[in-house]
Design a protein around this ligand. Structure first.
Ligand SMILES: [Zn+2]
Length: 556
């Protein structure tokens, strides 16, 4: 793909010159002004009929008309023209479940993704420490013991030897466990055998191993010094650049505190952050007492409308709460992260507000508990859009509980293709059929928002597309797809990454489609997702990303 056409300054002087002349000659006083016109596109409107168009016009950051090349060029006198040259144009992608701030932080921590042994983990930490001397704490993310020989949790002996005086905390890939070295445990005052609700301080032979599961992670995480405003900005801007390059124009951040929300708001107001964010506040007293009485907070680019609660942990660390014991850990069913009464009182409290309740639930027991509580308060059909994040393992008897209360299952297709290697070990084949069951979940409400959970998974919407439609991972495995009966169609998947994600965020009137009145958030791709061969999905490139009618990314 030539770069020429992507540079605004050259548009009029290169191959667009004849077109511009036509525009100028054809212009008369009857033409309406527009800031921007896109012509010659395969424009997927992602409207109710999934219709196509060739062209659209933009004014003041919004789409004002969509139609054929002729209709749009006859009617509008634009300042700028984009010639899409027959390429596919889609609404900007929306990630319905991610951790934008966490992702920004992960870009500045040791990346442990893909490590195949704990020796490799410590080696990467060592190199990071040499490259970043004098850091008060070393943090990292992404290890997964399922990739290590023996698949059991590591202990901190090697970290203690390498870093006797610097605290080190390394988060597991799913964010539901950390390994901390002895110095970090000492600073946090963690004691062998320490008990706490919804978490586990792993102790072997009276000695701390460094593994802290779920709520126990907070013991050390609370001691990590907070970032300066400059460092914070640097991380968010870096996260935004990566997102725009992937065609993401709106991201749902699942679980932030007031400090994060206020930082985002001020960076957006200063024009430094252009990413649109839907934010769920984390379920804690400070957030709820501050935001609930005020009601949802809304600006042009920020919508604080959700409350993120956690029912259980993750399947990988056996923290998911199951109805029957794990197949690979007899007698163990995992656990809920809070007393069931907590979810009941939270639902009751939110029912009196305009906030959406969004609860992380992975195991079939956790999902049943939350579906039951939601239905108790929602009392049938409604438009409150309460969500269950992940909805990962569902008992066959419980699927109908989503439809009963219009409860939104918010799913991440790459979880299916990441977990498929070991999910059967945890669940057995019978239960696995109700796992990652996106088609069954889609049938409940007739729509389904899709996300990635980045940085737990890669940020790429193309990986989401590949996993949802073909049920294969980046290596194309398994050839026939993992549980292919739960695959989504291309159209459903595109909707899931755009308009349905917008709807889950209560933003469907503003973003998620290319229709008059919507924000001019759109992307041009070098391949068309509605036609691309499965083996070429991941080679699809975003050529240009627009947010609010302004270019925010151009392919190099
Ligand atoms: Zn998440």
């Amino acid at each position: 793909m030539g770069r020429r056409w992507l540079r605004p300054g050259r548009w009029f002087h290169s191959f667009l010159a004849p077109l511009l002349v036509t525009l100028l000659l054809g212009s008369c006083h009857s033409k309406e002004p527009a800031d921007l016109v896109l012509l010659h596109g395969r424009v997927y409107k992602v409207d109710s009929t999934f219709g196509r168009a060739q062209a659209f016009a933009v004014k003041d950051g919004k789409i004002i008309a969509v139609g054929t090349d002729q209709e749009i060029s006859r009617r509008y006198q634009p300042h700028r023209v984009i010639d899409a040259m027959g390429k596919a144009v889609y609404p900007g992608f929306i990630d319905a479940h991610a951790h934008f701030v966490g992702y920004g932080q992960s870009l500045f921590a040791v990346s442990l993704f893909g490590c195949t042994s704990f020796e490799e983990v410590t080696e990467r930490v060592k190199q990071f420490a040499q490259a970043h001397p004098n850091l008060p704490w070393i943090t990292g993310r992404g290890w997964d013991q399922n990739k290590f020989p023996g698949k059991s949790f590591p202990d901190n002996t090697m970290l203690n030897n390498l870093f006797p005086t610097t605290p080190v905390v390394l988060e597991r890939v799913d964010g539901h466990a950390v390994i901390a070295n002895a110095r970090a445990l000492e600073i946090a005052g963690v004691q062998p055998g320490q008990q706490l609700t919804g978490g586990e301080v792993e102790t072997k032979g009276g000695r701390l191993t460094g593994i802290l599961v779920d709520n126990a992670q907070r013991l050390v995480n609370a001691r990590i010094p907070s970032l300066s405003a400059t460092d914070y900005e640097q991380r968010l801007v870096a996260a935004q650049e990566h997102c725009f390059a992937q065609g993401l124009t709106t991201v749902t951040d699942c679980g932030l505190n007031r400090y994060d929300i206020e930082m985002i708001d001020s960076l957006q107001k200063a024009g430094k952050l252009k990413m649109r964010l839907y934010v769920m506040m984390s379920d804690n007293k400070d957030n709820l007492d501050y935001y609930l009485p005020k009601g949802p907070y809304k600006t042009d680019r920020l919508y604080v409308k959700g409350v993120k609660a956690y029912a259980d942990g993750a399947l990988g660390s056996r923290g998911a709460c199951l109805l029957q014991p794990y197949d690979d850990k007899p007698g163990w069913v995992g656990f809920l992260l809070s007393n069931p009464a907590h979810y009941d009182s939270l639902a009751k409290r939110l029912l009196g507000t305009d906030f959406q309740l969004c609860t992380h639930a992975i195991g079939d027991s956790a999902n049943r508990v939350i579906l039951t509580v939601y239905n108790k308060y929602l009392g049938g059909r409604n438009d409150r859009r309460w969500r269950i994040e992940h909805a990962q393992v569902i008992n066959q008897r419980d699927f109908a509980l989503f439809g009963r209360g219009d409860i939104i299952p918010s799913v991440q297709p790459t979880h299916a293709t990441s977990d498929m290697y070991w999910a059967g070990d945890r669940l057995g084949s019978e239960r696995l059929r109700g796992g990652y069951a996106y088609r069954q979940l889609l049938e409940q409400n007739g729509w389904l928002p899709l996300g990635t959970d980045f940085p737990v998974e890669d940020i790429s919407p193309f990986k989401t597309f590949l996993a949802a439609v073909f049920r294969v991972d980046a290596k194309g495995y398994p050839r026939r797809g993992f549980q292919p009966e739960n695959a989504l169609s291309r159209e459903e998947t595109v909707r899931g990454m755009t308009i349905w994600a917008a709807r889950a965020d209560c933003l469907e009137k503003e973003v998620g489609s290319i229709e008059p009145g919507k924000k001019a958030d759109f992307i041009i791709l070098d391949k068309d997702l509605m036609q691309v061969a499965p083996e070429e999905v991941l080679q699809t490139k975003v050529l240009v990303t627009y947010s609010g009618g302004m270019p925010v990314y151009q392919a190099k």
